[in-house]
Write a protein that binds this ligand. Sequence first.
Ligand SMILES: Nc1nc2c(c(=O)[nH]1)N=C([C@H](O)[C@@H](O)CO)CN2
Length: 116
Amino acid sequence: MDKIIIQGLKINALIGVYDWERESKQPLLVDIVMQLDLSKAAQSDDVNDTVDYAKAAELLEKVALDSDFQLLEALAGKLIDTLMATYPLLNVTLTLTKPNILDNAQKVAVQMTREA
Ligand SMILES: Nc1nc2c(c(=O)[nH]1)N=C([C@H](O)[C@@H](O)CO)CN2
């Protein structure tokens, strides 16, 4: 199946359980694997026949900036629901990573998959 992939998209969001996390937005990373039929765009060479990954990235950045959640799960759910509602995707997997948050771990992340 055809896929469009965005890796390591930097977004900023107000997110966290603890008071010290509620004071300012913090950086997160998003990875997305979108499954969709790319055969039309492969033939036409027209960005209107596919998902414009630049626009998808902008959309996720904006949704994150406007959001206010405690849990990664909640923001990841909002982001993946937005993608499914906006684009004709067959399947999408989204990984939302909070880097450098735990002293003894490189990063923490949640991953969600949704199907049409
Ligand atoms: N399953 C989760 N556990 C925790 C989260 C989360 O988003 N999902 N968040 C926190 C804190 O906000 C963390 O970033 C700092 O310890 C704790 N556990």
